[in-house]
Design a protein around this ligand. Structure first.
Ligand SMILES: Nc1nc(=O)c2c([nH]1)NC[C@@H]1CN(c3ccc(C(=O)N[C@@H](CCC(=O)O)C(=O)O)cc3)C=[N+]21
Length: 282
């Protein structure tokens, strides 16, 4: 038996269609939506994401400015760029790509992104409001995890979800969004003792560690749902997930693919957030 493939492509297309309609309405009303992507890394996975945001934005009618500060940009250079974009009335959304140059911390810099323009939910204010259940943009990748499960009608109430990874961009916010869906959430990480024992007791496993192929069949209970958030660059120029799909598909009930799973939904949600940001108080 092999696991059902839980694709993200159809959901992503539906989000883009809805977003394109809203973008057209905003442009007609004199507020063409505009997103700034601030890049200060030479990381390949990030470069791929930036190109995909730019392409998808153009297709749905959002202007996308790539502000490339170089992989060795100083913290203050990045902060100044974020402050300037925050003050620019023609910009509605701002995303700061990770990873950042050595010495720069997202948790610190993201405070310079105006809350209303924080479409990837990186500002600690957005994260705090997310935890408190108040309106804020959630980090797009974390939201994509919940959206893809919802799209494929995976029940979360009362289920045990193991999130592997505790990053500020994915693991931690995803855990809170899953809690809001009434799941019982265990957050695992590199220091978790006997990780396979923990994950194989879960109904749903969310892999967000950034290590290609870490999750094998041994980590998964028969019939469990596995969400692969990994986007690890491979030698051949492709992307590999955190899940060893060949191994896990024999054990899991459902598995999100890489490519074509969480990734496209992430990009679509970022654009959806941008039109929402453009629609507010203008
Ligand atoms: N602040 C911040 N937020 C992020 O969300 C963030 C980031 N920084 N830095 C870089 C990583 C990477 N990332 C990806 C998202 C989608 C795909 C994606 O759509 N990938 C295609 C695969 C394309 C291929 O096969 O090459 C897919 O999954 O179908 C990839 C990578 C978001 N990231």
């Amino acid at each position: 038996m092999s696991a059902t493939v839980l694709s993200g492509r159809e959901l992503a297309a539906a989000i883009r269609t809805e977003t394109a309609a809203k973008a057209a309405g905003l442009a007609e009303a004199g507020t063409p939506p505009r997103l700034a992507v601030v890049v200060a890394t030479a990381d390949e996975s990030s470069a791929w994401y930036v190109r995909s945001i730019a392409k998808a934005a153009e297709k749905v009618g959002i202007t996308c400015d790539i502000v490339d500060l170089g992989g060795d940009a100083a913290t203050e250079t990045i902060r100044t760029a974020l402050v300037d974009l925050s003050a620019d009335d023609t910009i509605h959304g701002i995303i700061l790509q990770t990873p950042l140059p050595a010495g720069a911390a997202l948790e610190d810099l993201a405070s310079a992104i105006a809350f209303e323009k924080d479409v990837d939910g990186a500002n600690p204010l957005s994260l705090g409001r997310l935890v408190a259940g108040l309106p804020a943009f959630a980090p797009a990748t974390a939201e994509a995890v919940v959206a893809i499960l919802d799209h494929h009608k995976v029940e979360l109430t009362g289920r045990h979800v193991a999130v592997v990874g505790r990053s500020t961009v994915v693991g931690k916010p995803a855990a809170h969004l899953l809690l809001d869906k009434n799941a019982t959430v265990t957050v695992c990480h590199s220091r978790t003792a006997d990780l396979p024992a923990v994950t194989s007791s879960a109904d749903v496993v969310v892999a967000a560690v950034g290590r290609a192929g870490l999750i094998t069949a041994e980590y998964v209970r028969a019939g469990a749902i596995v969400v692969d958030v990994g986007t690890n660059p491979t030698d051949g120029g492709g992307l590999a997930g955190d899940v060893d799909a060949v191994s896990v598909t024999e054990q899991a009930g459902g598995l999100t693919p890489v490519p074509g799973g969480v990734g496209p939904v992430t990009t679509a949600l970022l654009l959806q957030h941008t039109v929402r940001a453009a629609a507010v108080d203008r």
